[in-house]
Ligand binder design. Structure first.
Ligand SMILES: NC(=O)c1ccc[n+]([C@@H]2O[C@H](COP(=O)([O-])OP(=O)(O)OC[C@H]3O[C@@H](n4cnc5c(N)ncnc54)[C@H](O)[C@@H]3O)[C@@H](O)[C@H]2O)c1
Length: 666
């Protein structure tokens, strides 16, 4: 199956969401959209106006499959929308109205939804489905009569006996297609009721062949809830459903349910209901939507193939790198892989583009790379990853201060709670196996706060500390001062790592990093500014500098950072419980303006720069004093910032910027 569709239910009055959702849904490459027309809502005040507004908007963009269901309570035998209508023909009359009023927007009409689900059809009042069959019979007959094509709503869970009954009663004779609903791994238990796509659809095909050969099978609802944050699993399930032996597949749903909306069973009756979308409730794409938008189902297949944890050979324990597909993580992974070590890359691929780093590692080192596309917030997945680890380098994080200010809870859950998940997994492993598993954590210089007490002198190109004694940089004796949610969550994590060394004897150390830059960095305005400036300059795009541009950072090239991680790991027994600053130091202290000037020299064109107000938590000056790290390990920042920036420019021009866009002259 190449084409696919989405299911999206819109609530009366949800106009803003329709306008927001439809362009992205269309851009996902979906060919079809299944949505519902509630007969009950249609008869409620404002119902007709709502559908008059909605259906042309949807039908203009995509081929629609309207699913008609829910009896108006005043017409229902039970007084509820799940009851059969007192006059069974009323439903056929409603289909007639729908065809007359909106029929130009679709070819097919689905008759009822999940007839074996008590919330959709109260079969206790109609145990033999006599009323149901008569109602559907009349509606389907009339739909055919008028030239549209009926589709029978799928039961959930799939029930072959019910379908057989529909065949015996002649209902299937009218149907162009029959719906199938199945949610393996979410509502259908793979240890119990779910036997696989081939088995269920095979069974269904056999029944159709007996009663109504030629009737198609449409998967009118399948989906996977990411309530455990396992977005890659959702993407994989989508591919599996796409390959199922059916003529169509509609994925439920495009967007997560808004948290304030109640489901049929009640508000937050079950969290699984709230995470079925390809994008989240705020409109942020999950892996599935991102890959579809990037390159359709072929891109999705490529990326889901990257998920192949595998097992290292007998007796070989992997180095586990959380965030191993990220910028620093993939460089660190490469250094171990190049020595023939197994590396388990634990990464949810949430940073756009990092799947390319993972693909690069896989292409170079094949089976030594064990990708595990999982989320730090999934403590069971973290425990699985860490169980056999030789060492854990914990780099995965929500990395942007700006994002942390918009979504502080998520930032906390990933950075603080996620780190605790890693530490707990290591503690459990050490407890059960007696093995000592080192943990090295990627912290940040942001734990020292905005350095507001440091008096600064303005220079024409760069600021400097008023007191010369500070020019050597900030050392680890500086008191911690967490600010911004990112600073807090990373700072909490930093302290927990050190405490697990003290309280539980976990061999653990922390590297508080300044600005790291280099190849494999997907820099954006929010994080990774050196790469972002270069990418913008190479593409001829504008650079925005927040603040005066004279703020100073000590740049550290990623190969030097990797070396620091390796050295601390090699000496972990001596260094456990310690935190070290890691940066380019005084020799690589440079202002943003100076970097822009250097970029102009390297690329031969002056980047367009605009200035904006300072961003919250920005340090006007930060230079790491790395003496402690040098004394403990012999480490030195070997790459001068000019060489490093030039090397990154060449790498970006070759690997990230299409040929005609970027040129580097030095
Ligand atoms: N690059 C720097 O200048 C710098 C400076 C200070 C600290 N740090 C820290 O270093 C670490 C690595 O930074 P980077 O620049 O390589 O960033 P990056 O964004 O390239 O890498 C982070 C990786 O973590 C993954 N990730 C994010 N959330 C996750 C989650 N919930 N579960 C699993 N994986 C998740 C992302 O997909 C990404 O691949 C981060 O912890 C960051 O806070 C970086």
């Amino acid at each position: 199956m190449k084409d696919f569709g989405f299911v999206e239910w819109f609530r009366p009055g949800d106009r803003a969401r329709v306008e927001q959702v439809m362009p992205a849904l269309e851009a996902s490459g979906a060919a079809w959209l299944r949505t519902h027309i509630s007969w009950a809502d249609y008869h409620a005040p404002g119902g007709q106006e709502w559908y008059d507004w909605l259906l042309p908007r949807l039908g203009r963009r995509m081929e629609l499959l309207p699913c008609l269901h829910y009896t108006p309570p005043s017409l229902s035998r039970t007084g509820k929308s799940s009851g059969a209508p007192r006059e069974l023909k009323d439903f056929a009359d409603f289909t007639d109205l729908v065809m007359t009023r909106y029929g130009e927007h679709f070819e097919h009409i689905e008759l009822w939804n999940e007839p074996n689900n008590l919330l959709d059809y109260d079969w206790r009042e109609d145990p033999g489905y006599e009323l149901f069959c008569e109602m559907i019979h009349m509606a389907a007959n009339w739909i055919r009569e008028r030239g549209w094509k009926p589709v029978l709503g799928g039961p959930c869970p799939f029930d072959p006996a019910w379908l057989e009954l529909m065949g015996e009663r002649g209902v299937l004779d009218y149907m162009e297609a029959v719906g199938f609903h199945g949610f393996p791994g979410t509502w259908d238990s793979e240890n119990g009721s779910w036997s696989g796509w081939a088995q269920h659809l095979g069974e269904m095909r056999a029944i159709l062949e007996r009663h109504s050969p030629g009737t198609q099978i449409w998967i009118t609802e399948t989906g996977y809830s990411t309530w455990r944050k396992d977005d890659m699993e959702q993407a994989r399930r989508f591919v599996q459903a796409l390959d199922a032996p059916a003529e169509r597949m509609y994925w439920y749903a495009w967007q997560d349910l808004q948290p304030e909306v109640a489901v049929q069973e009640g508000h937050w009756f079950d969290p699984r209901h709230y995470h079925l979308g390809a994008i989240d409730a705020d409109g942020r794409p999950k892996l599935l939507a991102r890959m579809l938008a990037q390159g359709g189902t072929s891109r999705l297949r490529e990326v889901t193939r990257l998920y192949a944890p595998g097992l290292p050979g007998q007796g070989r324990r992997p180095v586990v790198i959380t965030g191993g597909a990220g910028f620093v993580g993939s460089n660190l992974a490469e250094s171990f892989l190049a020595e023939g070590r197994d590396v388990l890359v634990f990464d949810n691929l949430s940073r756009p583009g990092v799947e390319e780093n993972l693909a690069w590692l896989r292409a170079r080192h094949r089976d030594l790379v064990h990708p595990m596309a999982a989320d730090l917030r999934d403590s069971r997945a973290v425990a699985d990853a860490v169980g056999d680890a030789d060492a854990v380098f914990h780099l995965a994080a929500q990395t942007a201060v700006t994002t942390s200010l918009h979504a502080p809870v998520e930032d906390f859950e990933v950075n603080a709670r996620g780190t605790l998940n890693v530490l707990e997994a290591v503690r459990a492993t050490m407890g059960s196996s007696g093995r000592r598993v080192p943990v090295i954590f990627a912290s940040t210089n942001k734990v020292y706060g905005a350095l507001e007490d440091l008096e600064i002198r303005e220079g024409s190109e760069a600021v400097r500390p008023a007191d010369q004694r500070h020019e050597g940089g900030v050392d680890e004796s500086r008191p911690l001062d967490f600010c911004t949610p990112y600073g807090c969550s990373k700072g909490v994590a930093d302290q927990y790592v050190l405490d697990y060394a003290a309280s539980y004897g976990v061999p653990a150390a922390v590297l508080r990093m300044s600005c790291i830059y280099g190849p494999r960095q997907f820099g954006t305005e929010d994080q990774g500014w050196v790469a972002h400036f270069l990418i913008s300059a190479l593409k001829g795009q504008k650079i925005t500098i927040y603040g005066s541009g004279r703020q100073v950072r000590d740049l550290c090239e990623v190969s030097d950072a990797v070396q620091a991680y390796r050295l601390v790991h090699d000496r972990i027994d001596a260094l456990t419980g310690r935190a070290f600053n890691l940066g380019g130091g005084k020799r690589n202290a440079v202002s943003l303006r100076q970097v822009v000037a250097e970029i102009a020299r390297i690329t031969g064109t002056e980047p367009q720069v605009t200035y904006d107000t300072w961003r919250q938590g920005d340090q006007p000056w930060f230079v790491a004093d790395t003496t402690a790290l040098t004394e403990a390990t012999g480490w030195q920042a070997r790459t001068g910032w000019r060489d490093g920036v030039a090397r990154l420019a060449s790498w970006l021009a070759e690997h990230r910027i299409p040929a005609q866009e970027g040129s580097v002259t030095a």
